[in-house]
Design a protein around this ligand. Structure first.
Ligand SMILES: Cc1ncc(COP(=O)(O)O)c(C=O)c1O
Length: 394
């Protein structure tokens, strides 16, 4: 159960939840859509000899078409994976290795130091395999400048990977401009869109993104499902081998309920996307304004625009990060500069120039569909109270 969203702080029995970029609760409509596919229609979509299997195959095909329609791509471009981590690995390792096999040469790759580890780590693996890797540094606003990409390109650059929206600081990278540069040089662009798809319009083809990674649980869908969206015919080597499913790019029995749930979640997310954007942006702006007024000496991490409407990431000056996190933990569910990567300070915040101390004293506050004005007011009250006490005792 999500904590009840509408109790004032003093009477709240449960913590304020502002951690919807870590994951989201499954929408009731998604649960409902998935329900028949666990028990009633339990067939394996690869069992083409009987009705049970054919029914499951038809559900997968229908879900693929509906997800593809949400992305404005052809259904054949959608490869279901276990999530965005796997989609990133398949895109990066799969394309780089396929190109190396075709050309007999391990070429050059470009990405950004503020990417998610699900992109950085497969790229480091490729580096160990003999590919060369350039990691560009974002500006202090978290954004990459198209000229940086232009300058970093080398004659054998084969792949560029830049995320659509940053998972910590929410900034939106200039994908369209980056894609135009890639196209002009015959280089492929991959984008990790786990935090963008379902929250803002995201259409890989019109953006010029040839490989895009998606995740179900970031858009009120189930955990354990995602997709790689790829331009048809793009060279790609599978990471695993088996029964030939998903054009042999991602073999293994397809998780029918999760696939149905992902498609339903994507449709729902698109149907309330604009209203949600407006509502959450207004609540997020209120949160930012009031934290500046009531807490004081707080810095915004990343540009305010262009940014996800439901993300705020702040550094609270003059407090010890560990103590701040400790004091908030039981009453506010959010993510800190030190929450990820086994307690090390956020590499994203350090990439935009924050010190380790500042990174530790940072909060990522992310709003979601259930967030109400009361939640925002309670968070403001709580952070002001805790920071006020800490500064007084310092
Ligand atoms: C930008 C980004 N990429 C990838 C992932 C991993 O997604 P998944 O949990 O679907 O593997 C996340 C989730 O934290 C993310 O925020």
């Amino acid at each position: 159960m999500l904590p009840s969203p509408s109790q004032p702080l003093t009477r709240r029995s449960s913590p304020v939840a502002l951690d919807f970029q870590a994951t989201t609760p499954c929408a009731p409509e998604v649960l409902e859509a998935m329900e028949p596919w666990w028990q009633q229609h339990w067939g394996n979509p690869s069992s083409r000899q009987h009705r049970l299997g054919l029914t499951a195959a038809a559900a997968v095909s229908d879900a693929r078409e509906r997800l593809a329609a949400c992305l404005k791509v052809d259904p054949i471009q959608v490869v279901f994976t276990s999530g965005a981590t796997e989609a990133n690995n398949l895109a990066l390792l799969g394309h780089a290795r396929a190109m190396a096999e075709q050309t007999g040469h391990r070429g050059h790759l470009i990405s950004v130091s503020s990417e998610h580890h699900a992109v950085l780590d497969p790229l480091q693996q490729l580096r160990r395999e003999g590919f060369r890797l350039t990691l560009l540094e974002p500006g202090r606003d978290g954004l990459l400048k198209p000229a940086q990409l232009e300058e970093a390109l080398q004659p054998d650059t084969l792949l560029v990977s830049v995320m659509a929206a940053n998972n910590e600081i929410g900034v939106l990278q200039p994908l369209k401009e980056l894609a135009a540069i890639c196209q002009a040089h015959g280089v492929r662009l991959h984008s990790d869109a786990a935090q963008a798809f379902g929250h803002l319009p995201f259409h890989p083809t019109s953006l010029g993104v040839e490989l895009a990674s998606l995740s179900g649980h970031k858009l009120y869908g189930p955990k354990g499902i995602g997709a790689l969206v790829m331009r048809e015919g793009l060279p790609l080597q599978p990471l695993v081998f088996g029964g030939g499913q998903e054009q042999s790019l991602r073999p293994g029995t397809l998780p029918v309920p999760l696939i149905v749930g992902l498609a339903r979640a994507a449709e729902l997310a698109l149907s309330d996307q604009e209203d949600r954007r407006i509502r959450l942006e207004s609540l997020r702006n209120r949160l930012w304004q009031e934290l500046q007024d009531q807490v004081g000496d707080v810095q915004l991490n990343g540009a305010l625009e262009p940014r996800l409407p439901h993300n705020l990431n702040i550094t609270v000056e003059g407090v010890n990060g560990n103590r701040l996190q400790q004091a908030l933990r039981s009453r506010l569910l959010c993510s800190s500069g030190s929450a990820c990567s086994a307690g090390t300070p956020s590499h994203v915040l350090q990439a935009i120039g924050r010190s380790q101390e500042q990174a530790n004293a940072s909060l990522r506050l992310s709003l979601g569909r259930p967030t109400q004005r009361d939640d925002i007011d309670a968070a403001i009250e709580l952070i002001s109270e805790v920071v006020g006490q800490m500064r007084q005792n310092a």
